[in-house]
Design a protein around this ligand. Structure first.
Ligand code: ZN
Length: 424
Protein backbone atom coordinates (compact mmCIF):
# COMPACT_ATOMS: atom_id res chain seq x y z
CA UNK A 1 0.00 0.00 0.00
CA UNK A 2 2.85 2.34 0.86
CA UNK A 3 4.29 1.81 -2.61
CA UNK A 4 0.90 2.35 -4.23
CA UNK A 5 0.38 5.65 -2.38
CA UNK A 6 3.88 6.78 -3.29
CA UNK A 7 3.25 5.90 -6.95
CA UNK A 8 -0.04 7.85 -7.06
CA UNK A 9 1.70 10.83 -5.44
CA UNK A 10 4.55 10.79 -7.94
CA UNK A 11 2.08 10.40 -10.79
CA UNK A 12 0.08 13.45 -9.64
CA UNK A 13 3.28 15.48 -9.28
CA UNK A 14 4.42 14.43 -12.76
CA UNK A 15 1.05 15.39 -14.30
CA UNK A 16 1.11 18.78 -12.54
CA UNK A 17 4.63 19.60 -13.70
CA UNK A 18 3.80 18.45 -17.26
CA UNK A 19 0.71 20.69 -17.31
CA UNK A 20 2.73 23.67 -16.08
CA UNK A 21 5.31 22.99 -18.76
CA UNK A 22 2.88 22.76 -21.71
CA UNK A 23 1.13 25.87 -20.42
CA UNK A 24 4.35 27.92 -20.42
CA UNK A 25 5.28 26.65 -23.91
CA UNK A 26 1.83 27.44 -25.23
CA UNK A 27 1.84 30.96 -23.80
CA UNK A 28 5.16 31.72 -25.47
CA UNK A 29 4.79 29.95 -28.80
CA UNK A 30 1.11 29.92 -29.67
CA UNK A 31 0.06 33.54 -29.52
CA UNK A 32 -3.06 33.94 -31.62
CA UNK A 33 -4.03 37.39 -32.96
CA UNK A 34 -6.25 39.09 -30.38
CA UNK A 35 -9.87 40.01 -31.15
CA UNK A 36 -10.88 43.62 -31.82
CA UNK A 37 -11.92 44.26 -28.20
CA UNK A 38 -8.27 44.08 -27.14
CA UNK A 39 -7.08 46.65 -29.70
CA UNK A 40 -5.63 49.76 -28.13
CA UNK A 41 -5.54 48.04 -24.72
CA UNK A 42 -3.12 45.19 -25.04
CA UNK A 43 -0.31 45.41 -27.59
CA UNK A 44 2.73 43.28 -28.30
CA UNK A 45 4.82 45.04 -25.69
CA UNK A 46 2.15 44.44 -23.05
CA UNK A 47 1.99 40.75 -23.99
CA UNK A 48 5.76 40.43 -23.59
CA UNK A 49 5.50 42.14 -20.23
CA UNK A 50 2.68 39.75 -19.17
CA UNK A 51 4.78 36.81 -20.28
CA UNK A 52 7.77 38.01 -18.26
CA UNK A 53 5.50 38.41 -15.21
CA UNK A 54 4.00 34.93 -15.64
CA UNK A 55 7.44 33.38 -16.17
CA UNK A 56 8.83 34.98 -13.01
CA UNK A 57 5.82 33.58 -11.14
CA UNK A 58 6.28 30.15 -12.74
CA UNK A 59 9.93 30.04 -11.65
CA UNK A 60 9.26 30.75 -8.00
CA UNK A 61 6.25 28.37 -7.98
CA UNK A 62 8.48 25.67 -9.42
CA UNK A 63 11.04 26.09 -6.64
CA UNK A 64 8.26 26.19 -4.04
CA UNK A 65 6.67 23.02 -5.46
CA UNK A 66 9.98 21.15 -5.50
CA UNK A 67 10.62 22.09 -1.86
CA UNK A 68 7.08 20.95 -1.00
CA UNK A 69 7.46 17.62 -2.79
CA UNK A 70 10.83 16.87 -1.17
CA UNK A 71 9.57 17.71 2.31
CA UNK A 72 6.46 15.57 1.82
CA UNK A 73 8.54 12.63 0.61
CA UNK A 74 10.97 12.88 3.51
CA UNK A 75 8.21 13.36 6.09
CA UNK A 76 5.78 10.65 4.98
CA UNK A 77 8.05 8.14 3.30
CA UNK A 78 11.49 8.87 4.76
CA UNK A 79 10.78 7.89 8.36
CA UNK A 80 10.25 11.37 9.84
CA UNK A 81 6.55 10.83 10.61
CA UNK A 82 6.98 8.07 13.29
CA UNK A 83 9.89 10.01 14.80
CA UNK A 84 7.86 13.24 14.98
CA UNK A 85 4.93 11.29 16.42
CA UNK A 86 7.10 9.89 19.23
CA UNK A 87 8.61 13.32 19.98
CA UNK A 88 5.10 14.73 20.48
CA UNK A 89 4.11 11.68 22.56
CA UNK A 90 7.09 12.36 24.88
CA UNK A 91 5.36 15.53 26.08
CA UNK A 92 2.89 13.18 27.82
CA UNK A 93 0.08 15.63 27.20
CA UNK A 94 -3.58 14.62 27.23
CA UNK A 95 -5.41 13.64 24.04
CA UNK A 96 -6.53 17.18 23.09
CA UNK A 97 -3.23 18.90 23.88
CA UNK A 98 -1.31 16.17 22.09
CA UNK A 99 -3.35 16.75 18.92
CA UNK A 100 -2.99 20.54 19.16
CA UNK A 101 0.78 20.21 19.63
CA UNK A 102 1.07 17.77 16.74
CA UNK A 103 -0.72 20.01 14.24
CA UNK A 104 0.30 23.35 15.73
CA UNK A 105 4.01 22.64 15.55
CA UNK A 106 3.71 21.34 11.98
CA UNK A 107 1.75 24.44 10.95
CA UNK A 108 4.43 26.63 12.49
CA UNK A 109 7.19 24.82 10.60
CA UNK A 110 5.20 25.12 7.38
CA UNK A 111 4.75 28.83 8.01
CA UNK A 112 8.48 29.34 8.57
CA UNK A 113 9.35 27.48 5.36
CA UNK A 114 6.82 29.59 3.46
CA UNK A 115 8.13 32.94 4.77
CA UNK A 116 11.07 33.36 2.35
CA UNK A 117 8.74 32.61 -0.57
CA UNK A 118 6.19 35.12 0.63
CA UNK A 119 8.91 37.76 1.08
CA UNK A 120 10.32 37.03 -2.36
CA UNK A 121 6.92 37.20 -4.05
CA UNK A 122 5.91 40.48 -2.40
CA UNK A 123 9.14 42.42 -2.31
CA UNK A 124 10.98 41.13 -5.36
CA UNK A 125 8.53 39.69 -7.88
CA UNK A 126 5.46 41.90 -7.35
CA UNK A 127 7.74 44.86 -6.69
CA UNK A 128 9.55 44.41 -10.00
CA UNK A 129 6.26 44.43 -11.92
CA UNK A 130 4.88 47.39 -9.99
CA UNK A 131 2.14 45.55 -8.08
CA UNK A 132 3.53 45.68 -4.58
CA UNK A 133 2.43 48.68 -2.57
CA UNK A 134 3.16 47.13 0.82
CA UNK A 135 5.89 48.30 3.16
CA UNK A 136 7.91 45.73 5.08
CA UNK A 137 6.35 47.00 8.29
CA UNK A 138 2.81 46.45 6.99
CA UNK A 139 3.81 42.96 5.83
CA UNK A 140 5.03 42.14 9.37
CA UNK A 141 1.92 43.59 11.00
CA UNK A 142 -0.30 41.57 8.61
CA UNK A 143 1.67 38.43 9.39
CA UNK A 144 1.29 38.93 13.15
CA UNK A 145 -2.43 39.60 12.86
CA UNK A 146 -3.01 36.51 10.66
CA UNK A 147 -0.93 34.43 13.04
CA UNK A 148 -3.03 35.58 15.98
CA UNK A 149 -6.38 35.02 14.24
CA UNK A 150 -5.16 31.71 12.82
CA UNK A 151 -4.09 30.48 16.24
CA UNK A 152 -7.41 31.39 17.86
CA UNK A 153 -9.35 29.63 15.08
CA UNK A 154 -7.01 26.64 15.18
CA UNK A 155 -7.42 26.13 18.93
CA UNK A 156 -11.19 26.59 18.62
CA UNK A 157 -11.75 24.32 15.59
CA UNK A 158 -9.13 21.62 16.18
CA UNK A 159 -9.42 21.68 19.99
CA UNK A 160 -13.23 21.54 19.78
CA UNK A 161 -13.12 18.66 17.31
CA UNK A 162 -10.67 16.64 19.44
CA UNK A 163 -12.84 17.24 22.50
CA UNK A 164 -15.88 15.89 20.58
CA UNK A 165 -13.88 12.83 19.47
CA UNK A 166 -13.17 12.08 23.11
CA UNK A 167 -16.72 12.80 24.21
CA UNK A 168 -18.54 10.71 21.60
CA UNK A 169 -16.17 7.99 20.36
CA UNK A 170 -18.90 6.20 18.37
CA UNK A 171 -20.54 9.15 16.63
CA UNK A 172 -17.98 11.95 16.61
CA UNK A 173 -17.98 12.29 12.83
CA UNK A 174 -21.49 13.76 12.96
CA UNK A 175 -20.72 16.05 15.91
CA UNK A 176 -17.46 17.32 14.47
CA UNK A 177 -19.10 18.03 11.14
CA UNK A 178 -21.98 19.89 12.85
CA UNK A 179 -19.59 21.92 15.00
CA UNK A 180 -17.43 22.94 12.06
CA UNK A 181 -20.47 23.75 9.92
CA UNK A 182 -21.89 26.08 12.59
CA UNK A 183 -18.55 27.82 13.23
CA UNK A 184 -17.80 28.27 9.52
CA UNK A 185 -21.27 29.69 8.86
CA UNK A 186 -20.77 32.16 11.70
CA UNK A 187 -17.37 33.12 10.31
CA UNK A 188 -18.79 33.57 6.82
CA UNK A 189 -21.26 36.14 8.10
CA UNK A 190 -19.14 37.72 10.80
CA UNK A 191 -15.79 38.00 9.06
CA UNK A 192 -16.76 41.15 7.06
CA UNK A 193 -17.44 42.86 10.40
CA UNK A 194 -14.88 41.21 12.68
CA UNK A 195 -11.87 40.12 10.65
CA UNK A 196 -11.69 42.19 7.46
CA UNK A 197 -11.65 45.57 9.30
CA UNK A 198 -8.48 44.38 11.06
CA UNK A 199 -6.70 44.44 7.70
CA UNK A 200 -8.56 46.95 5.55
CA UNK A 201 -10.12 50.35 5.92
CA UNK A 202 -13.65 50.64 4.54
CA UNK A 203 -14.83 54.11 3.53
CA UNK A 204 -17.78 55.54 1.54
CA UNK A 205 -17.26 55.66 -2.22
CA UNK A 206 -14.94 58.36 -3.51
CA UNK A 207 -17.33 58.76 -6.45
CA UNK A 208 -20.67 59.57 -4.74
CA UNK A 209 -22.55 59.56 -8.08
CA UNK A 210 -21.66 55.89 -8.43
CA UNK A 211 -23.46 55.01 -5.22
CA UNK A 212 -26.91 55.87 -6.68
CA UNK A 213 -26.18 53.70 -9.73
CA UNK A 214 -25.03 50.82 -7.52
CA UNK A 215 -28.21 51.06 -5.42
CA UNK A 216 -30.37 51.14 -8.60
CA UNK A 217 -28.56 48.10 -9.95
CA UNK A 218 -29.13 46.18 -6.71
CA UNK A 219 -32.84 47.05 -6.68
CA UNK A 220 -33.11 45.87 -10.29
CA UNK A 221 -31.50 42.58 -9.31
CA UNK A 222 -33.95 42.15 -6.44
CA UNK A 223 -31.59 43.08 -3.58
CA UNK A 224 -31.13 46.15 -1.40
CA UNK A 225 -27.87 47.93 -0.82
CA UNK A 226 -27.05 47.95 2.87
CA UNK A 227 -23.79 49.83 2.55
CA UNK A 228 -21.74 50.67 -0.51
CA UNK A 229 -18.10 50.97 0.45
CA UNK A 230 -14.65 51.12 -1.02
CA UNK A 231 -11.68 49.40 0.53
CA UNK A 232 -8.06 50.53 0.56
CA UNK A 233 -6.69 47.44 -1.21
CA UNK A 234 -4.14 49.71 -2.91
CA UNK A 235 -2.19 49.87 0.35
CA UNK A 236 -1.04 46.34 -0.34
CA UNK A 237 -1.31 45.52 -4.01
CA UNK A 238 -2.17 46.97 -7.41
CA UNK A 239 -4.36 43.96 -8.25
CA UNK A 240 -8.07 44.71 -8.38
CA UNK A 241 -11.40 43.12 -7.41
CA UNK A 242 -15.00 43.67 -6.27
CA UNK A 243 -17.27 41.67 -4.00
CA UNK A 244 -20.34 41.87 -1.88
CA UNK A 245 -21.55 40.12 1.23
CA UNK A 246 -24.67 40.05 3.35
CA UNK A 247 -27.46 37.85 4.61
CA UNK A 248 -30.75 37.78 2.68
CA UNK A 249 -31.62 40.64 0.39
CA UNK A 250 -29.61 43.35 2.11
CA UNK A 251 -26.16 43.42 0.54
CA UNK A 252 -22.98 45.11 1.57
CA UNK A 253 -21.13 46.05 -1.60
CA UNK A 254 -17.37 46.47 -1.46
CA UNK A 255 -15.31 47.84 -4.35
CA UNK A 256 -11.51 47.78 -4.30
CA UNK A 257 -10.15 51.29 -4.77
CA UNK A 258 -7.80 49.82 -7.39
CA UNK A 259 -10.81 48.63 -9.38
CA UNK A 260 -12.33 52.11 -9.23
CA UNK A 261 -9.09 53.59 -10.55
CA UNK A 262 -8.95 51.16 -13.47
CA UNK A 263 -12.55 50.96 -14.74
CA UNK A 264 -15.11 53.57 -15.73
CA UNK A 265 -18.51 53.64 -14.02
CA UNK A 266 -20.34 51.55 -16.64
CA UNK A 267 -17.69 48.84 -16.52
CA UNK A 268 -17.74 48.85 -12.72
CA UNK A 269 -21.51 48.35 -12.72
CA UNK A 270 -21.20 45.50 -15.22
CA UNK A 271 -18.62 43.78 -12.97
CA UNK A 272 -20.94 44.25 -10.02
CA UNK A 273 -23.89 42.89 -12.05
CA UNK A 274 -21.82 39.77 -12.69
CA UNK A 275 -21.19 39.38 -8.94
CA UNK A 276 -24.91 39.85 -8.26
CA UNK A 277 -25.53 37.14 -10.86
CA UNK A 278 -23.72 34.64 -8.67
CA UNK A 279 -26.10 35.45 -5.86
CA UNK A 280 -29.31 35.48 -7.91
CA UNK A 281 -28.48 32.22 -9.71
CA UNK A 282 -27.96 30.55 -6.33
CA UNK A 283 -24.25 29.82 -6.86
CA UNK A 284 -23.22 30.88 -3.38
CA UNK A 285 -25.82 28.60 -1.83
CA UNK A 286 -24.87 25.70 -4.09
CA UNK A 287 -21.22 26.19 -3.21
CA UNK A 288 -22.03 26.14 0.48
CA UNK A 289 -24.17 22.99 0.21
CA UNK A 290 -21.54 21.26 -1.92
CA UNK A 291 -18.77 21.97 0.56
CA UNK A 292 -20.89 20.86 3.52
CA UNK A 293 -21.90 17.59 1.85
CA UNK A 294 -18.24 16.96 1.04
CA UNK A 295 -17.27 17.79 4.64
CA UNK A 296 -19.90 15.40 6.02
CA UNK A 297 -18.73 12.60 3.74
CA UNK A 298 -15.07 13.29 4.66
CA UNK A 299 -15.85 13.17 8.39
CA UNK A 300 -17.67 9.86 8.01
CA UNK A 301 -14.90 8.37 5.88
CA UNK A 302 -12.25 9.56 8.32
CA UNK A 303 -14.21 8.01 11.21
CA UNK A 304 -14.55 4.68 9.38
CA UNK A 305 -10.90 4.50 8.35
CA UNK A 306 -9.61 5.57 11.76
CA UNK A 307 -11.75 2.90 13.41
CA UNK A 308 -10.49 0.25 11.02
CA UNK A 309 -6.91 0.71 12.31
CA UNK A 310 -5.65 0.23 8.75
CA UNK A 311 -3.86 3.55 8.33
CA UNK A 312 -0.55 2.88 10.18
CA UNK A 313 -0.12 -0.31 8.12
CA UNK A 314 -0.59 1.64 4.87
CA UNK A 315 2.56 3.56 5.74
CA UNK A 316 4.43 0.50 6.96
CA UNK A 317 4.11 1.51 10.62
CA UNK A 318 3.07 -0.53 13.63
CA UNK A 319 1.39 2.34 15.36
CA UNK A 320 0.53 5.96 14.84
CA UNK A 321 -1.23 8.45 17.09
CA UNK A 322 -4.74 9.66 16.33
CA UNK A 323 -3.36 13.01 15.14
CA UNK A 324 -0.79 11.26 12.95
CA UNK A 325 -3.53 9.18 11.33
CA UNK A 326 -5.67 12.27 10.71
CA UNK A 327 -2.67 13.91 9.06
CA UNK A 328 -2.05 11.05 6.61
CA UNK A 329 -5.78 10.91 5.89
CA UNK A 330 -5.76 14.61 5.02
CA UNK A 331 -2.80 14.03 2.76
CA UNK A 332 -4.55 11.15 0.95
CA UNK A 333 -7.64 13.36 0.64
CA UNK A 334 -5.68 16.18 -0.97
CA UNK A 335 -4.06 13.68 -3.32
CA UNK A 336 -7.42 12.37 -4.49
CA UNK A 337 -8.69 15.96 -4.64
CA UNK A 338 -6.45 16.54 -7.65
CA UNK A 339 -8.59 14.19 -9.72
CA UNK A 340 -11.62 16.19 -8.66
CA UNK A 341 -10.14 19.50 -9.91
CA UNK A 342 -11.33 19.27 -13.57
CA UNK A 343 -14.90 18.64 -12.44
CA UNK A 344 -14.98 21.50 -9.95
CA UNK A 345 -13.33 23.85 -12.50
CA UNK A 346 -15.92 22.90 -15.11
CA UNK A 347 -18.67 23.51 -12.54
CA UNK A 348 -17.23 26.90 -11.70
CA UNK A 349 -16.88 27.94 -15.37
CA UNK A 350 -20.53 27.04 -15.88
CA UNK A 351 -21.44 29.36 -13.03
CA UNK A 352 -19.27 32.14 -14.44
CA UNK A 353 -21.06 31.90 -17.77
CA UNK A 354 -24.46 32.07 -16.03
CA UNK A 355 -23.33 35.13 -14.04
CA UNK A 356 -22.08 36.72 -17.27
CA UNK A 357 -25.49 36.13 -18.87
CA UNK A 358 -27.13 37.68 -15.81
CA UNK A 359 -24.89 40.74 -16.19
CA UNK A 360 -25.91 41.01 -19.86
CA UNK A 361 -29.57 40.85 -18.83
CA UNK A 362 -29.06 43.58 -16.27
CA UNK A 363 -26.91 45.94 -18.29
CA UNK A 364 -28.44 45.24 -21.70
CA UNK A 365 -25.27 44.04 -23.44
CA UNK A 366 -21.98 42.32 -22.77
CA UNK A 367 -19.85 45.19 -24.13
CA UNK A 368 -19.23 46.92 -20.79
CA UNK A 369 -18.25 43.74 -18.97
CA UNK A 370 -16.03 42.72 -21.90
CA UNK A 371 -14.18 46.04 -21.99
CA UNK A 372 -13.88 46.03 -18.19
CA UNK A 373 -12.37 42.53 -18.23
CA UNK A 374 -9.90 43.50 -20.96
CA UNK A 375 -8.75 46.47 -18.87
CA UNK A 376 -8.39 44.26 -15.79
CA UNK A 377 -6.37 41.74 -17.79
CA UNK A 378 -4.10 44.57 -18.96
CA UNK A 379 -3.64 45.96 -15.44
CA UNK A 380 -3.16 42.54 -13.83
CA UNK A 381 -0.87 41.23 -16.62
CA UNK A 382 -3.09 38.15 -17.05
CA UNK A 383 -2.11 35.25 -19.27
CA UNK A 384 -4.26 35.46 -22.41
CA UNK A 385 -2.98 32.26 -23.99
CA UNK A 386 -3.37 29.35 -21.59
CA UNK A 387 -3.01 25.84 -23.00
CA UNK A 388 -6.55 24.49 -23.61
CA UNK A 389 -5.89 21.37 -21.51
CA UNK A 390 -4.44 23.46 -18.67
CA UNK A 391 -7.48 25.78 -18.78
CA UNK A 392 -9.81 22.78 -18.90
CA UNK A 393 -8.32 21.35 -15.72
CA UNK A 394 -7.51 24.41 -13.63
CA UNK A 395 -9.43 27.46 -14.86
CA UNK A 396 -12.32 28.52 -12.65
CA UNK A 397 -13.25 31.19 -15.22
CA UNK A 398 -13.50 30.79 -19.00
CA UNK A 399 -10.20 31.84 -20.66
CA UNK A 400 -10.40 35.59 -21.26
CA UNK A 401 -10.26 35.73 -25.07
CA UNK A 402 -13.04 33.17 -25.37
CA UNK A 403 -15.05 34.92 -22.66
CA UNK A 404 -14.74 38.36 -24.25
CA UNK A 405 -15.83 37.03 -27.67
CA UNK A 406 -18.81 35.35 -26.03
CA UNK A 407 -19.75 38.51 -24.11
CA UNK A 408 -19.57 40.67 -27.23
CA UNK A 409 -22.01 38.41 -29.02
CA UNK A 410 -24.25 38.13 -25.95
CA UNK A 411 -27.83 39.40 -25.93
CA UNK A 412 -30.24 39.65 -23.00
CA UNK A 413 -32.14 36.38 -22.86
CA UNK A 414 -35.89 36.08 -22.53
CA UNK A 415 -35.96 35.45 -18.78
CA UNK A 416 -36.21 38.76 -17.00
CA UNK A 417 -33.63 39.02 -14.20
CA UNK A 418 -36.25 39.34 -11.46
CA UNK A 419 -37.85 36.06 -12.56
CA UNK A 420 -34.79 34.12 -11.51
CA UNK A 421 -35.56 32.55 -8.17
CA UNK A 422 -33.61 34.35 -5.49
CA UNK A 423 -31.82 32.23 -2.98
CA UNK A 424 -29.49 32.65 -0.10
ZN1 ZN B 1 -17.73 35.34 -11.23
Amino acid sequence: MKLLLLSIYLLVIAIRFALDWINIRHRQKERQPLPQAFAGQIDQERLDHSDAYALAGDRISFVENIVGVLLTLVFLFGGVLPWYDSVIADFNANFILNGLLFFGLLALIQLLIGLPFSLYKNFILEERFGFNRMSFKLWCVDLLKSLLIGSVLFVLLAGGALWLVQLAPQSWWLWVWGFWAVVSLFLLYLSPYLIEPLFFKFTPLAKPELETDVCDLLEKAGAHAGKVLQVDASRRSGHSNAYFTGIGKVKRVVLFDTLMEQLDNKELLAVLAHELGHWRCGHLRQQLIKSQVLALFSCWLAFTLLNSQLLPGWFGLEQLSFAGQVLVLGWIGSLLGFFWTPLSSWWSRRHERQADQFAINMVGSGQELASGLVKLARENLSNLFPHPLYALIYYSHPPLVERVLWLEKGRPDTVHPTEVVADQ
